[in-house]
Design a binder for this molecule. Structure first.
Ligand code: AMP
Ligand code: GLY
Length: 427
């Protein structure tokens, strides 16, 4: 079976790596891909939102399934585009249609969906330019800190957490005035939840579902969770505080009502649902939905899946996911992300990455890289995700850090404290 993976990051490299292990896989194509995916399949120089370019590639290369990595093409309707085209409609797409993708594409839609389906979440109020006064009243009625969220997609930057009321009111006005362009012409104000975060991933065919291993992601650039937000600096799976009891609550209070709500509301959904949640004293609260897998969580989580990923995707396409097997490995997987100096601010591209061939015992997933002859060059802020699996988190981390020590490129940077908070928590 020929597969096209849409995207160019570590998540897509990890999908390609796992799909390559399937007994039923044919050729793998990745659009646009990176230097890592080029070692597993054929990179196609097509942008993730160039639907007509993707259409042509699917027809020319006899693609039989499309796996969509990032959210933007889903929110822009790539799945709908396939269904509407007589030549593409028989090609299954892993990723929801645009209606379901609004769970990530619109915070207002997601919050209203959670409320309608009794899914525990923070109290909120939605502000449009027309009801600013009520928005300010809501801010005055909740305690600091204040959480302001741009309704639309803002490349992971649309959430502000502010300590002082006056500043929060000012930022609310600036957001409505276009701080994040049209993404913040509607703003969701939320009550602040205090707790520890965890991500749970669900694969669904719209009726049946499989819960994948959970993960913890490290978002900030600096050690001790300081500094600016990034796309993710590392991930650990399993998460020690996500006990069987906690995960049962997540399934009963979030996963089951989400799938049932989608069905009841007539929203078709084939793909991943990523629950970003907060553990508040053992009780899960849903912070957000994403309609795709996480990056870098995928680079850790896939290392714990022993079953055939293509078989699971075929189950999604054929709506018989309940007949497919998901075997989860109990060992611990970690990924440590290596970034370009300066990221998430400005950084340089084009540095030569040395000694990738000396890595032993870890898998190096490429995020922002590109091939140039026999060389591999940096081509983004997040450059590599070095993943390892072992019997303990400590052993897995030791492997990833040992291998990062073997790799080098100019101005490389990474967090040296991935997992440290969890070691402390274990006492
Ligand atoms: P989001 O883009 O919705 O994932 O939000 C980005 C980050 O803001 C989350 O990962 C949380 O760390 C934080 N956050 C979002 N909503 C809340 C909330 N209601 N209470 C506390 N922290 C939040
Ligand atoms: N690592 C967080 C995300 O993929 O959104």
């Amino acid at each position: 079976m020929n597969i096209l993976i849409i995207g160019s990051g570590g998540r897509e490299h990890a999908f390609a790596w796992k799909l390559k292990q399937s007994g039923r896989i044919g050729e793998i194509f990745i659009a646009p891909g990176n230097a890592g995916t080029a070692t597993l399949g054929h990179n196609l120089p097509i942008d993730v939102t160039d639907f007509s370019g993707i259409r042509q590639a699917v027809i020319e290369n006899f693609i039989e399934m499309v796996v969509v990595g990032p959210e933007v093409p889903l929110v822009e309707g790539i799945h709908d585009f396939f269904l509407a085209d007589p030549q593409l409609k028989h090609v299954p797409v892993i990723g929801p249609e645009s209606h379901g993708a609004r769970l990530e594409g619109s915070k207002e839609f997601a919050k209203d969906f959670m409320l309608r389906n009794n899914i525990p979440t923070a109290k909120h109020f939605t502000v449009h330019p027309g009801n600013l006064a009520q928005g300010i009243e809501f801010l005055e009625s909740v305690d600091a800190p204040y959480v302001l969220k741009a309704d639309g997609l803002a490349a992971g930057k649309g959430v502000l957490i502010i300590d002082h009321l006056e500043e929060a009111i000012q930022s609310l006005k600036e957001m409505l005035g276009g701080m994040f362009g049209s993404a913040s012409s509607t703003v969701v104000i939320e009550e602040f939840l205090s707790g520890v975060e965890c991500s749970v991933f669900v694969l669904t065919d719209g009726i049946h579902y499989k819960i994948w291993p959970e993960a913890k992601d490290y978002k900030r650039i600096g050690e001790g969770d300081t500094g600016l937000n990034t796309g993710g600096m590392g991930a650990i799976s399993p998460v020690p505080f996500a006990t069987a009891d906690f995960l049962r609550k997540v399934e009963e209070r979030m996963v089951i009502p989400t799938i049932a709500g989608l069905r009841q509301e007539g929203i078709p959904y084939k793909g991943f649902i990523f629950l970003g949640l907060m553990n508040c004293d053992g009780e899960p609260y849903l912070i957000e939905y994403n309609v795709r897998m996480g990056d870098p969580e995928t680079e850790a989580v896939l290392m714990r899946i022993d079953s055939d990923l293509l078989d699971l995707f075929v189950g999604v396409a054929e709506c018989n996911l309940d007949k497919r097997e998901l075997v989860i490995n109990p060992r611990t997987a970690v990924t440590v992300v290596v970034v370009a100096g300066g990221y998430p601010g400005s950084y340089e591209k084009g540095a030569v990455i040395h000694h990738l061939d000396t890595v032993e015992g870890s898998v190096v997933f490429h995020s922002g890289t590109k091939p140039e002859g026999v060389k591999v060059l940096t081509n983004g802020g997040r450059v590599l995700a070095v993943s390892s699996v072992a019997n303990s988190m400590e052993e897995a981390l030791a492997l990833s850090y040992k291998n990062i020590g073997r790799i080098s490129f100019e101005k490389m940077n990474y967090r040296k404290d991935i997992g440290k908070d969890l070691k402390k928590a274990k006492g």
